[in-house]
Design a protein around this ligand. Structure first.
Ligand SMILES: *Cc1c(COP(=O)(O)O)cnc(C)c1O
Length: 359
């Protein structure tokens, strides 16, 4: 086997992770995702900005959740767990189902009824998970699985499981390896706030080991209708088209505040209209199809740029990384609802020419 082949985040970053020689590594060779320079977004931001997009949609199940799930499932297998369980807005269940299948461990997922994207539901089903639709929202589903995992021998694989955070911090390592330094600003969507907690942990650990010299400002974006951290209080009925961040009471709330405050960053919110505009923009100008929650990073970038938040850096370009957390194919309905349907024409050359001229 080729030694230079990517082996997944556990093998690539083993010395930073809580694994030992007895840990059975359950991997789909996740990680090693694109860090793409966006010329168009950089020009739009101005002030000698360099905007990079960390496209997590190329992970095996199509979202960053794979980074955490490889570790959570490997550790569950290490202790002989027979069942993993989670509540999910969709991507966690897709990852848990896939890694559970690979490990030969039973997987149970609770999803809020009618509130997850079709692609994600399809993933959980096809990988053989037991999928239960809860007549309630994500926060309620999470409360139930927490209780079950406390009382019964099932391993919780939501981001409350510390191994999820440990695995997800490898996203920060990759960005630093790819840029050969930390960025100045790190932008990302915030839902349950596990990922912002994980990235901040990753950056700090990389600096401690001397891999980078500086730390980025951590900037998180919630959806306006689901922005408990911005409003400093839980939201009972969170609403947003960005279902992956439709969370009213984030489990890692404290981690998000620590990331914001220790880094001198901020947590702000963006409206659904801004999310949809950004969703279209990054698809039309950079060729990246992301899911709506991921577009919150871009919506936030544009919002902060309008407020002249990114000031000139005299030492060099201002390097901004936006994490695009999941693949657009997860939620095809949203794209189809957003863009007008194709026009129907007769199978004739004149009809095609006429139709493309009238556009
Ligand atoms: C899970 C998820 C988020 C939110 O991450 P948290 O760790 O819950 O803050 C954002 N975008 C996508 C695509 C996700 O799957």
């Amino acid at each position: 086997m080729n030694e230079s082949r990517w082996r997944g985040v556990i093998e690539e970053y083993r010395s930073f992770l809580p694994v030992n020689s007895h840990t059975p590594v359950v991997t789909l060779n996740e990680g090693n995702t694109l860090l793409l320079f966006s010329k168009k977004l950089s020009q739009k931001i101005g002030t000698n900005a360099e905007v990079y997009l960390k496209y997590e949609g190329t992970n095996p199940t199509g979202s960053f959740k794979d980074r955490g799930m490889t570790l959570a499932v490997s550790k569950a297998k290490e202790i002989g767990s027979k069942t993993i369980i989670c509540a999910s807005t969709g991507n966690t269940s897709a990852a848990a189902a896939a890694y559970g299948a690979r490990a030969g461990i039973k997987c149970v997922v609770l999803i809020p009824k009618g509130a997850i994207a079709m692609g994600k539901l399809a993933q959980a089903l096809i990988h053989g998970a037991t999928v239960l639709a809860v007549d309630g929202n994500f926060d309620e589903a999470l409360a139930v699985v927490r209780e079950i995992a406390q009382k019964y021998p099932m391993t919780l694989v939501n981001s409350l499981n510390p191994f999820r955070i440990e695995g997800q911090k490898t996203g920060a390592f990759e960005i630093c390896d790819q840029l050969e330094e930390a960025p100045d600003f790190h932008l990302m969507p915030v839902g349950n706030a596990g990922n912002i907690t994980a990235y901040w942990k990753g950056y700090k650990e990389y600096r401690k080991r001397g891999k980078i010299e500086s730390l980025p400002r951590m900037i998180g974006f919630q959806a306006a209708g689901a922005a408990p951290i911005v409003h400093d209080k839980p939201i009972e009925h969170p609403q947003t088209i960005a279902t992956a961040i439709r969370i009213g009471n984030p489990a890692s709330w404290k981690g998000a505040l620590a990331a914001r405050d220790e880094s001198g960053g901020l947590i702000d919110c963006v409206s659904d209209a801004e999310i949809i505009a950004a969703y279209r923009l990054v698809a039309e100008t950079d060729g990246l199809f992301v899911e709506p929650a991921s577009a919150a990073s871009i919506a936030g970038l544009l919002k902060l740029a309008r407020k002249k938040y990114f000031r000139k850096n005299l030492k060099g370009p201002v390097r901004i990384v936006c994490v695009l957390t999941g693949h657009g194919l997860k939620d095809p309905d949203r794209a189809i609802q957003t863009i007008p349907k194709p026009k129907v024409i007769p199978p004739k050359m004149e009809a095609v020419l006429k139709a493309i001229k009238s556009r």
